[in-house]
Design a protein around this ligand. Structure first.
Ligand code: NI
Length: 282
């Protein structure tokens, strides 16, 4: 017999939410300490800007001497690269890449208004600047995935890929109390080497089967039309909440969600779509 995966999923969500309340207190303290450190740095290096400081030390994990333990990791099974889910359920995963950024809050508001769940593949360098939005994503029932630290091509695998993914997972873990189970390679550029790196860190690679090309500046109607045309059971849609203002993508969401709902689709996280971390069979 299998436990219903819905209950393992909600247990999982409850655990994350409990962890979040502790983290809120810790981040408050960390905020005070970081503020003090920033103040000190400001005095010492008056020419340093925030963005320069972020680019200057990408290796967050080493700097803070944090290593993710085995229990933080998922145990990916099956194929290490997924483009869609294979399911009889009428479910679709809307995913948002390259944030968090200016567009993220409006995107969350839209998803929440329509009671749709989404998955955000965040960049570590952006996530470290706004851990509060990662906490909100989880509290609202969305999922967070790893999209590398600074969006280089990681398809050669090796040390660059390992560091980019590990550093980002550390920032996510610090924000929400749990490391991600899924990673999306920058540019969707993958390889067996990168799959092996992700697997060693407990993550599946997740690309997509529907690309409405919102990054080209397409109009909301064009974005929505491409999604509506391609939508199938288990589809994964790639969109963006980082890199541009996201207004057109945000404007396409009501049409996408309401039209697909009328066809009977539900909007779930990648975690739910792929049934990750199911309780083992008894
Ligand atoms: Ni990207």
């Amino acid at each position: 017999m299998r436990f219903p995966s819905l209950s393992s999923q909600s247990l999982h969500v409850r655990r994350r939410q409990a962890a979040l309340s502790c983290i809120a207190a810790v981040s408050l303290l960390a905020g005070v300490l970081t503020g003090a450190a920033a103040q000190e740095r400001k005095t010492a290096e008056p020419l340093a800007t925030t963005s320069a400081a972020v680019v200057a030390h990408p290796n967050q994990a080493k700097r803070q001497r944090i290593v993710l333990s085995r229990k933080d990791r998922c145990v990916p099974r099956g194929r290490m690269l997924r483009l869609k889910g294979y399911t009889r359920r009428k479910v679709i995963a809307l995913t948002f890449d390259d944030g968090p950024g200016q567009a993220t809050r409006p995107m969350l508001d839209a998803l929440n208004r329509f009671r749709a769940k989404g998955t955000f593949f965040v960049l570590g360098r952006n996530a470290q600047l706004d851990p509060a939005i990662l906490q909100r994503m989880v509290l609202d029932g969305h999922e967070i995935g790893n999209h590398s630290w600074s969006h280089p091509d990681l398809s050669k695998g090796g040390r660059l890929a390992a560091e980019q993914l590990a550093d980002t997972s550390v920032v996510i873990k610090q924000a929400i109390g749990e490391a991600p189970c899924i990673a999306r390679p920058p540019f969707g550029a993958t390889s067996p080497q990168l799959e092996a790196v992700a697997k060693a860190q407990g993550m599946l690679l997740v690309n997509w089967d529907i690309d409405p090309k919102d990054w080209t500046g397409a109009d909301p109607d064009a974005i929505a039309a491409r999604v509506l045309e391609g939508a199938k059971r288990g589809s994964i849609v790639v969109m963006h909440d980082g890199g541009a203002d996201g207004a057109k993508t945000r404007a396409a969401l009501p049409k996408i969600i309401s039209k697909l709902r009328r066809r009977g689709f539900e909007f779930v996280t990648v975690h739910d779509l792929l049934r990750l971390r199911e309780a083992p069979p008894e």
